[in-house]
Design a protein around this ligand. Structure first.
Ligand SMILES: C[S@@+](CC[C@H](N)C(=O)[O-])C[C@H]1O[C@@H](n2cnc3c(N)ncnc32)[C@H](O)[C@@H]1O
Length: 215
């Protein structure tokens, strides 16, 4: 079986979107992700409703544009986790000297934070790549304090499938499925807010409140 050049290109690009690597990931893909994610980041920011003094977590922060936007809202702390060393290296440099930002190499399902560590958490265009979304959501429920907020922003399957590269490692999620995962993990009052842009044309920010206590 021969793999066409186009298929190779798509596979490579899909791999870079899922986990940017090396110099290409750091200098080419990361800024590109910022452009693709611009409208999604803005919708996420609105839904987070950040207040001065909030502690907030972003899972899969990529080029770091949302972290930059969040800093303008005077948070007490921004925690970021990402699985890509290239992304960590880039963002480490970008936010060097910013004492409120702490970035760590970690995956969604093993968050290196204590229980109820943050008031708010978010993740944009990253869920498709998590090896275990159920555990990832359970971890988010553990680290968001009761009464706190989670915002997950992603492209619905019909939008994701417009790009042929989605076949290589993207797991599409229906909005109802993500809402179910959030509910199962301990979030309530789950609301979808739809956003529009250009590539992606349509996306959804699902927000929910962490219910009860963290016990
Ligand atoms: C398509 S990029 C999106 C980046 C950014 N949120 C944006 O919208 O521009 C996906 C990001 O999620 C990260 N990622 C993938 N799997 C992850 C996981 N299991 N846990 C945490 N981050 C992950 C990747 O390294 C990458 O930075």
């Amino acid at each position: 079986v021969t793999i066409s050049l186009e298929e190779r290109r798509l596979r490579w690009l899909a791999g870079q979107f899922a986990r940017p690597t090396g110099w290409t990931g750091r200098w080419l893909i990361a800024p590109w992700l910022n452009r693709i994610g611009r409208a999604m980041n803005r919708l996420t920011l609105e839904q987070l409703d950040l207040q001065p003094g909030d502690r907030v977590l972003e899972v899969g922060f990529g080029g770091g544009e949302l972290i930059e936007l969040m800093l303008a809202f005077s948070p007490a702390a921004i925690e970021g986790v990402d699985v890509s060393p290239a992304i960590l290296a880039r963002a480490g440099r970008r936010f060097a000297g910013e004492g409120r930002v702490r970035l760590q190499l970690a995956s969604a399902e093993t968050l290196p934070l204590p229980d109820a560590a943050v008031d708010k958490a978010c993740s944009v265009n990253s869920l498709y790549f998590w090896p275990d979304p159920v555990r990832g959501l359970a971890e988010l429920a553990r680290v968001v304090r009761p009464g706190g907020r989670l915002v997950l922003t992603f492209e619905p399957p019909e939008e994701l499938r417009k790009w042929a590269g989605h076949r290589f490692g993207f797991r599409p999620f229906e909005v109802g499925e993500v809402a179910g995962l959030m509910e199962q993990a301990g979030f309530t009052d789950i609301r979808p807010i739809w956003g529009t842009g250009r590539k992606p044309d349509v996306f959804c920010a699902l927000s929910g409140e962490r219910s009860g206590d963290n016990g």
